[in-house]
Design a protein around this ligand. Structure first.
Ligand code: F3S
Length: 427
């Protein structure tokens, strides 16, 4: 790789050992990928948490944050002092809800450790958004910005909906990027790699969050890690539907980028999305494909006696929180059913201040932040059958927990929470 003078100076240790280790890591990473140079990043979203499960498993002294950063963010056996981030940097989701940790099965000590790690890394410039949806809480890049983001649902939203540029990064590369301001220039940073290769003809109406989830789930199965352009969408989606759509496509496949001409910012026509080339593959999404996506998520389920409902994957927006409050107002959860409603901590604060948390929790539900069951692998005690309005969560939870998991619309899930029965099967 060619390094600039400033990058070479960092590598040579002129700005301290941490940056030297970070630049060395990025150089090795870039060379393995065949990158020719670095690119300056406008924003970093990664993880510095001390309570992420794999960090917990690998630590001897959990309160030594320099050692956590050296080992888990820089892949360095030598312990270096953590410098300040040089670009705007935020924490994504992590392992523990600092308010409702007991319901997740964590101890007071673990919550204290998490708070201490937030104070430590916060003092180094890491903003504790603690969500997989940083773009919902002020961390919203501009079109063309180069980013170093982890978290597949955030990456596909940043690339496709916002027109920013990022690959799916890891804890190490985002840690190194935060203190150097650089990431290897490869993959989706390069304009020529952002064209579609697959055309998907959508032949059924896609008019709700559930519809967009199923389309995304089918799309991931169709194109895997390639870039699709979709035609035939007639309904203008809400941002939350695109959030679910991308998360679903990044779960069943590895979709990091897509185009919907007239909606997403990088192509106004199918031809432009394809970069003037013919599509390598043409797919159709009709009633049969929609049904297959539903069956892939729900087909193995036999029991409908749900006793845990999870809402908010990716984390709920303020608008979604209000809708959930409207559906729960004045009602009570069915005996023995738990309902966890996940949202970024900033939106939880907003909900606390505006009475939305009170409405949701008066029904017997919990408003959760910072985490989710697929990440921390914590479910309410006694969970037997799960329902969720998220394809992504429904994709991962059966494998993680061994529990049958229903995917359905929000109303189906709230009904399950209130009655203990999932009745969201399509007609
Ligand atoms: Fe976010 Fe967890 Fe879903 S990280 S996207 S709520 S799996």
């Amino acid at each position: 790789m060619r390094l600039s003078d400033a990058e070479q100076a960092m590598l040579d240790g002129q700005e301290g050992q941490a940056k030297a280790r970070a630049m060395d890591l990025l150089l090795r990473y870039g060379e393995a990928l065949g990158a020719e140079r670095m690119v300056e990043v406008a924003h970093v979203a990664g993880t510095w948490s001390a309570t992420t499960p794999f960090v917990q498993a690998g630590l001897k002294r959990p309160d030594d944050f320099d050692s956590i950063f050296s080992r888990f963010n820089l892949d360095s056996d030598a312990v270096v002092e953590v410098p300040r981030a040089v670009v705007p940097t935020c924490q994504l989701i992590h392992g523990i809800d600092t308010r409702n940790y007991a319901a997740q099965g964590f101890s007071d000590d673990q919550a204290d450790l998490q708070r201490a790690s937030e104070r430590f890394f916060g003092s180094r410039g890491v903003q504790w958004n603690s969500t997989c949806t940083p773009y919902q809480v002020g961390q919203t890049p501009l079109r063309g910005d180069h980013l170093a983001w982890m978290e597949s649902s955030a990456v596909v939203y940043a690339n496709a909906v916002l027109g920013a540029r990022t690959n799916v990064e890891g804890r190490e590369s985002t840690g190194a990027a935060s203190i150097t301001g650089r990431i290897p220039y490869f993959g989706l940073h390069i304009p020529a790699n952002r064209f579609a290769t697959h055309l998907v003809r959508v032949e059924v109406p896609v008019e709700s969050m559930m519809d967009w989830g199923l389309l995304g789930y089918a799309l991931g199965e169709m194109v895997a890690e390639d870039i699709p352009v979709l035609e035939g969408i007639t309904c203008k989606p809400e941002p939350e539907w695109l959030k679910h759509f991308g998360a679903a496509a990044a779960s069943s496949g590895g979709v990091e980028m897509y185009h919907i001409p007239g909606l997403t910012p990088e192509a106004d026509s199918v031809e432009e999305a394809l970069g003037g080339q013919a599509p390598r593959v043409v797919h159709r999404y009709g009633a049969a494909e929609r049904r297959r996506a539903w069956e892939a998520l729900n087909g193995a389920n036999t029991r409908d006696d749900v006793n845990f409902v999870m809402l908010g994957c990716p984390h709920n927006s303020a608008k979604q929180m209000w809708r959930i409050a409207e559906l729960l107002e004045g009602k009570r959860l069915h005996d023995g059913v738990a309902l966890w409603v996940h949202t970024p901590r900033q939106i939880r604060h907003l909900c606390d201040e505006s009475g939305i948390t009170e409405i949701i929790e008066a029904a017997g539900a919990l408003v959760m932040s910072d985490s989710c069951p697929a990440i921390n692998r914590m479910l309410p005690e006694g969970t037997e059958v799960i329902a969720t309005d998220s394809c992504k969560q429904a994709h991962y939870l059966p494998a993680i927990s061994g529990k049958p998991t229903w995917f359905g619309g929000l109303e189906h899930c709230i009904e399950a929470a209130l009655t203990g029965r999932f009745r969201g099967r399509p007609e």
